[in-house]
Write a new protein. Sequence first.
Length: 78
Amino acid sequence: MPSKARTTGDLERAKKRLWRAVLRASEIVEDIDPNLALRAIHALGQVTLAYAKLHEAHDLERRLEALEQQLSEHGRIT
């Protein structure tokens, strides 16, 4: 099982890659070819949904780690 640090790094790397995909698909949407633009719009919708879910998961992971740290400091988690 990956360590927490490795998981967090992977989430951050995935977020960056997805964000680059959002930017690239946004550029392609402006293409003159309507078929290519439509495919880019579809891809943009898919990738932004994935990005939002990943961002939410990353945020929840950070919040959980902060709570675990607080509980650990108060002697409630060993």
